[in-house]
Design a binder for this molecule. Structure first.
Ligand SMILES: NC(=O)c1ccc[n+]([C@@H]2O[C@H](COP(=O)([O-])OP(=O)(O)OC[C@H]3O[C@@H](n4cnc5c(N)ncnc54)[C@H](O)[C@@H]3O)[C@@H](O)[C@H]2O)c1
Length: 478
């Protein structure tokens, strides 16, 4: 059965949620009364389609379908997950929840993106408070995995567990905030840093640019991979955290922070900040800044993925749950790869490094292996295929962010031999590269060639026979 998510409010945050669900194969219903909604969602989706698939080294599920709805009722009927992302006004949120609950299925999760309200405040006056829970995301929602999952005592374990399971299946990290509090965990931090930043500007100590540099060249990098406490533990040297606290503890009594006080946001201070920010970033449009932010986040996340640590380990775990969709008919070549080229795959010439073509065709061969039945269980049983030869032709430049797909043919499938031909196409249908690859079936025990298992051989022969009737992709009839 198709899974449906309803997004209520499709602004900065709702648009990000919409993209996260859609690109993970869910159908999405959107309700937003803004007449500009379609245009805004198109722009968010353009960014998300460029960015999210770059994180993964497997094909993402086929995108779900997107429906723009005329009412909350139309959007929420039949939805498993309903995400409220309307402006941060409690009266408006209450009105929206009441309308949602009138039409939603009784076991649907109703998540709220609220940055600051407690779940018990959102649930006030509701006939089904148990269904409403805070699921607080971070912008851009399609890339950043953290969701603060904040229940109140009215929420049952069932709804909390269901929410965790669905969020995890979307590649997100549900952080269960066990005790409700205004602004949850992360926004309390951001608020503290924000206040300090406002003071530093108001007191003429630093500009917006200098504050941003102080973050991004230093502790901002540390925070992305270890957070606060593990970082400080290391800062304490061999004696660890206790030493760190004894060393820096006294600073808490010194005037190192002005957080007890809030600067008044006078017109003058606002203008000062806005002018500095214009000088710092005004030469770039918001769309350009979003692209830059997304590409930087992808670079960081992919590096963490290579190290299998922090948010990168989360992506690796999610990847393992995404199963390729294998074809059931073989009258045509098999679409084995459908992906976006990540920004760490290009070289100094600005195009994809040649080794990555080999990787793409090797990933395509993995899909063919799975299609004939040489899957993980088969390999675990001690049998596999090894590539013994590959000839790649580079026909057009492939750039980071390009959407490519690969069509694969089984040219030969007899006994121990499997000969494949891959064609890699760009989004506009341009043939970018081809690869002809010979694989030999082996025993992983003896590391020598051997016959495949009978069922695998039968599948291989059947597909090779079907593909022999197609025009030879190398030119002429096979
Ligand atoms: N912007 C952020 O960085 C951020 C981060 C995390 C959480 N949030 C939270 O997400 C929520 C939405 O914030 P945002 O930044 O996306 O705001 P936004 O102004 O960009 O979007 C709000 C959207 O809700 C729509 N809307 C207004 N009334 C509606 C109604 N009755 N029904 C359906 N849609 C309606 C608006 O047309 C608009 O498109 C807020 O609760 C906010 O606290 C924001």
């Amino acid at each position: 059965m198709r899974k449906i998510a309803a997004i209520i409010g499709g602004g900065v945050i709702g648009g990000g949620w919409l993209a996260r669900f859609l690109l993970n194969g869910w159908d999405v219903n959107l309700y937003d009364p803004d007449p500009e909604s379609k245009r805004k969602i198109k722009a968010v989706l353009e960014n998300a389609r460029h960015a999210l698939p770059m994180l993964y080294d497997v094909n993402l599920p086929v995108e779900g379908s997107l429906n723009f709805c005329e009412s909350i009722k139309d959007a929420v009927e039949g939805a498993t997950w309903i995400q409220e992302s309307v402006p941060e006004r409690l009266d408006l949120k209450h009105k929206v929840f009441n309308e949602i609950i009138n039409h939603a299925s009784s076991d649907a999760v109703i998540g709220s993106s609220t940055s600051g309200f407690k779940p018990s405040e959102l649930q006030e006056g509701s006939i089904r408070p148990d269904s409403i829970i805070v699921t607080h995301p971070f912008n851009p929602v399609y890339l950043l995995p953290l969701i603060e999952l904040v229940p109140s005592p009215a929420n049952s374990v069932t709804i909390i567990d269901k929410a965790k399971e669905i969020l995890t299946s979307l590649g997100m990290f549900p952080l269960h905030v066990r005790k409700e509090i205004d602004a949850h965990i992360a926004d309390r931090f951001l608020e503290a840093v924000w206040r300090e930043g406002l003071w530093l500007i108001k007191d003429g100590i630093a500009t917006t640019q200098e504050i941003d540099d102080a973050i991004r060249y230093g502790f901002g990098l540390r925070w992305a991979q270890m957070g606060l406490f593990e970082t400080y533990r290391i800062a304490g040297g061999e004696e660890g955290m206790a030493h760190f606290i004894s060393q820096f503890g006294p600073c808490l009594q010194w005037p190192w922070t002005k957080l007890m006080d809030v600067p008044e946001l006078t017109d003058e201070l606002i203008e000062q900040i806005a002018n500095q920010s214009d000088a710092q970033s005004g030469h770039k449009s918001i769309r350009e800044l979003e692209r830059l932010r997304d590409n930087n986040l992808i670079a960081i996340l992919r590096s963490l993925k290579n190290e299998n640590t922090a948010a990168g380990a989360l992506i690796n775990n999610h990847e393992k749950t995404i199963k390729p969709e294998l074809p059931s008919e073989y009258d045509n070549p098999i679409t084995t790869i459908n992906r976006v080229i990540p920004n760490d795959w290009t070289d100094y010439n600005g195009h994809m490094n040649e080794s990555r073509y080999g990787q793409i065709f090797s990933d395509a061969a993995d899909i063919i292996m799975k299609t004939v039945g040489a899957n993980e269980a088969y390999i675990a049983s001690g049998l596999s295929y090894f590539t013994v030869d590959i000839a790649i032709k580079f026909l057009a430049e492939t750039h980071a962010g390009s959407n490519i797909h690969v069509k694969s043919y089984i040219l030969q499938g007899e006994g121990k031999k499997m000969r494949l031909f891959h064609q890699m196409y760009g989004e506009d249908g341009t043939l970018m590269a081809t690869g002809e690859q010979m694989l030999i079936h082996v025993s992983l025990e003896t590391r020598r060639a051997c016959e495949p298992r009978k069922d695998v051989l039968t599948n291989l022969e059947r597909i090779a026979a079907a593909h022999s009737k197609i025009e030879d992709p190398r030119g002429g009839k096979q």
